[in-house]
Structures are given as structure tokens and as C-alpha cells.
Design a protein around this ligand. Structure first.
Ligand code: ASP
Length: 454
């Protein structure tokens, strides 16, 4: 059996939902369908999730959010009317949205999650009704009734391990097509909690793992995963046909927007292959993500790139002799709830790479003050504006010269490298550069490693 997930653009309008129904109906193995909230129908359009977040923000500011509610209801009403579904569905949208917005607010993060999860809930209810209406019996399954048990990290929740068994127990016996909302689940205390943004991919991977699906099909709006960001290299044509879980994880971590990086792990756990496909061109085979693939030594498989990082630079003479220095530094960050991404070290210095957005003021000044006082450092400062480029490929392992090759390309392109980090997996190398050089660097690497190569 197959678990299929359809992203926001695949359920953005009635026309798109009809394509989803055709795709699912064309293969009886497609038994479980996970959907996102309706996304953008055209450039400049709004995603329903963003509209719902605006509703929550308004209410938290003491406003009624009447205009925002009206827009959400209108969006679902247009989908309902075009699909010819019953009006009770839109009555439910209006009532449930108002109900959640007028609920008591003991915790703003939990309140926001309960509101923003509604995009997926409404989308799944509408899709289930549309399947049934077109002669394909389907049921909406609620995460609360089916065991999608999540941690209490609102907006950034994680699955509780016992959920796999619960989900399998409730979903496996269902005979109709299961339509399941992505992105959210429930805490033990019964509150709605969401995964990070884009988290419907994670829901799909969890269900595929729980049900030990033969494949997890992730339908989006591109024919396959490209080896480089097409916004930076628009001429990229050749997609990736096969990659490993580890390659996917490395690439999606550093900016490959096609698939959520946290969705890889559940698939790995149950060894379910992931197939990234296009709702608008279902005949295209897409990209297959597997445990193992044939590799060509030295071959770079993809280049991921991402802005928005910064370096927390800490130096102290004889740091190498001070047992526990790095642990104390990381303790301070952990204490202040700031996650770190990478930590290249020198003899007397450590650079901790952080995400800019998670290290804003006033936390930044406070943390720097603590490091200065508690660790007695010679120097500590934060420099934003770091971009990361990840060069990824299983074939790079044990191949001599890849790093030198990359460094040569960057140097000829006039790009200054601030940091190099090779993970112990040896399937990726990370290069830290200044943000304004990102496009030049990525284009130069693409031309070197991919152009005119089979
Ligand atoms: N609707 C959510 C978002 O926009 C989750 C998803 O689409 O995967 O982030």
C-alpha cells in the first residue's frame, strides 16, 4: 500500500483537488492521503495557514479578526461551491474558527497552534467529502482519535514514540480511503500542537512508517528534486532521479524546500522509500529516495544553499587546555534555549554557527554578556550575514580531492570562504561564506559540477 501526501499547491483550489482525486483513484494501492492546507493558487496569493496565523495574531492583539475570518471562510466557500459539496462544510469552517478564536488563552503558542492547524483540518474534511462525492468512499480521520501524539513544543512539536503503534492500530483496519490532515497532532493533555512550518511532509512520513507502506509518495508541484535551487540557477533542467535518505536529509536541512528535513527520519526508521512527484504531471516518475543507490566515486549529487546564519565567535588564549570549556559554552546556549547548528573549533577559538532568527536581541546581548562573565574569554562577538553551501553526494566518501576541487572553483569565482566543515558522514561538506556572495558561489559550483555532465 502507498501513503500519498499532497502539498498546499496540490489542494489550493477545486481544480487541483480534482487532480488529487484522479491520481489517488488511478491506483488502488493509494489508501492513505495526507493533505496540507490550501496553498497559493497564483503568485502573490495567500496560503491559508498564513491567513490563520493572522487571525490568531489579531486576537492576541485584542482585536476581533473579523476581516481575516471572513477571508478564510470565503476561500473555503469557493472550493466547496466548485466541488459541489454540501454547505454544512462551510458552516463548520466558520463556527469552528470562531470557536477556537474565542477560546480562553492560557498560552499564546498553544492558542496559535490550535488556530493554524485548522487549515489542514478543513482541507482534509473537504477532500474526504470530495472523494466520496465522486464515488470513491473516503473518511476524514482526526489526529486526536487516531493517536497522533505529539510533544508539548507548540509550533515545533515532535512525535511521541508510542504514536506509531497507536496510529497503526486505528488506521490499518479502515477500508475506505483515509484522508488525514497534515501538520498537527495532540499533546497528552489534549491540546493541538503543530510541527514546524511545512510539517505535513512529516505527518505523511509518520503514517507511511506506522503502516509500513511500500512507498511514501510526496506530491508537490515540481517534476523532481533539482540538484540546485532553481531560483539561483533557473537554467537547471535535469532533476535527480535517485538519492539516498542521507543525501536528502543533508540537502533539505540546508535549504532544499521540496521536502521537510524532519520528514526523512520516520521513513528511514521503517525503510519506506520516498517518491517526490508532481500533482500537475503525475506521469513523471519523480525522485526516488532510498536507503542505498549506485554511486559514482567523486560525483557531487546536489548543492544546497541557505542564508540567515551567523557566527558566534569566542576566543580565549589556552582554550585547548581548559577542560569543559566547550561544554560550558553550549550549556549557556542550552540554558537560554538557543539551538546551535555547527561548531568548528580552532586552537584558541570556537565559532558557533546559529540561525539569525533564533538569536535576536535582547537574547543576543544577554548571552554574549554571560559568555564574557562566566567563561572569562578574551573576545566574544556575533557576526550575522553568513550563508551556508552544502555540497552533498554519497560518492564523495573516500574520494580524494573533492574539497580542493570546490575550493578551487570558489577561489576562481572570487568568493572568500569563512568556514569549512566536513561532517563525519563524509557525504557532505559545508562552506560558510558571506551572504552577498551566495549566488556567485552556487552558480560557479553548479557550472563546474553539473553542466555538461550526464
Ligand atoms: N500548512 C502548513 C504550512 O504552510 C504545513 C504544510 O503545508 O506542510 O506550513
Amino acid at each position: 500500500m502507498k501513503v500519498c501526501k499532497f502539498g498546499g499547491s496540490s489542494v489550493a483550489s477545486a481544480e487541483q483537488i480534482l487532480k488529487v482525486i484522479d491520481i489517488v483513484a488511478s491506483d488502488p494501492a493509494r489508501r492513505v492521503v495526507v493533505v496540507s492546507a490550501p496553498g497559493k493558487r497564483f503568485k502573490g496569493d495567500d496560503k491559508v495557514t498564513d491567513m490563520l496565523i493572522s487571525c490568531a495574531v489579531r486576537v492576541l492583539d485584542g482585536d476581533t479578526a473579523a476581516e481575516e475570518v471572513r477571508r478564510v471562510v470565503e476561500r473555503f466557500e469557493s472550493i466547496r461551491a466548485e466541488l459541489g459539496l454540501g454547505e454544512e462544510l462551510v458552516v463548520f469552517v466558520r463556527d469552528e474558527l470562531r470557536r477556537r478564536l474565542s477560546a480562553p488563552i492560557p498560552n499564546p503558542a498553544a492558542f496559535t497552534d490550535a488556530v493554524k492547524a485548522l487549515g489542514e483540518e478543513f482541507s482534509a474534511r473537504f477532500c474526504a467529502a470530495a472523494f466520496t462525492h465522486r464515488g470513491h468512499p473516503a473518511v476524514y480521520v482526526d489526529p486526536k482519535d487516531s493517536g497522533m501524539l505529539l510533544s508539548e513544543e507548540f509550533g515545533n512539536a515532535q512525535l511521541m514514540p508510542e504514536a506509531y503503534e497507536l496510529l497503526r492500530g486505528t488506521l490499518a483496519p479502515i477500508r475506505e480511503i483515509v484522508v488525514y490532515p497534515g501538520f498537527f497532532g495532540y499533546t497528552r493533555g489534549g491540546s493541538v500542537a503543530t510541527f514546524p512550518r511545512g510539517g505535513s511532509d512529516i505527518t505523511g512520513a509518520i503514517l507511511a512508517a506506522a503502516l509500513k507502506a511500500d512507498v511514501y509518495e510526496n506530491f508537490t508541484d515540481v517534476d523532481s528534486v533539482f540538484p540546485v535551487d532553481p531560483r539561483i540557477v533557473p537554467e537547471v533542467k535535469q532533476g535527480i532521479t535517485e538519492m539516498t535518505y542521507r543525501e536528502m536529509r543533508e540537502l533539505s536541512y540546508a535549504g532544499f524546500g521540496v521536502f521537510h528535513d524532519e520528514a526523512v527520519q520516520p521513513a528511514v526508521r521503517a525503510a519506506v522509500p520516498i517518491n517526490i512527484r508532481n500533482t500537475n504531471r503525475p506521469e513523471a516518475p519523480g525522485t526516488l529516495v532510498l536507503e542505498k543507490r549506485k554511486t559514482v566515486p567523486g560525483r557531487v549529487m546536489g548543492l544546497a544553499s541557505s542564508r540567515g546564519f551567523g557566527t558566534l565567535y569566542v576566543s580565549k588564549y589556552l582554550m585547548n587546555r581548559e577542560v569543559g570549556f566547550a561544554a560550558h559554552l553550549l550549556d549557556i546556549l542550552a540554558d537560554e534555549n538557543i539551538p546551535f547548528e555547527h561548531m568548528p573549533t580552532g586552537v584558541d577559538s570556537i565559532s558557533v554557527v546559529l540561525r539569525d532568527t533564533l538569536f535576536g536581541e535582547p537574547a543576543r546581548a544577554h548571552v554574549i554578556g554571560r559568555i564574557r562573565n562566566e567563561l572569562g574569554v578574551d573576545e566574544v562577538f556575533y557576526e550575522p550575514g553568513l550563508a551556508l553551501i552544502m555540497v552533498v553526494g554519497e560518492g564523495m566518501r573516500e574520494t580524494v580531492g573533492t574539497c580542493q576541487h570546490v575550493v578551487g572553483v570558489l577561489s576562481r569565482a572570487g568568493v572568500n570562504i569563512e568556514m569549512i566543515n566536513q561532517g563525519s558522514s563524509e557525504i557532505s561538506m559545508m562552506f560558510g561564506i558571506r551572504e552577498p556572495s551566495l549566488e556567485t558561489a552556487v552558480r560557479a559550483l553548479y557550472h563546474e559540477f553539473f553542466e555538461s555532465k550526464p
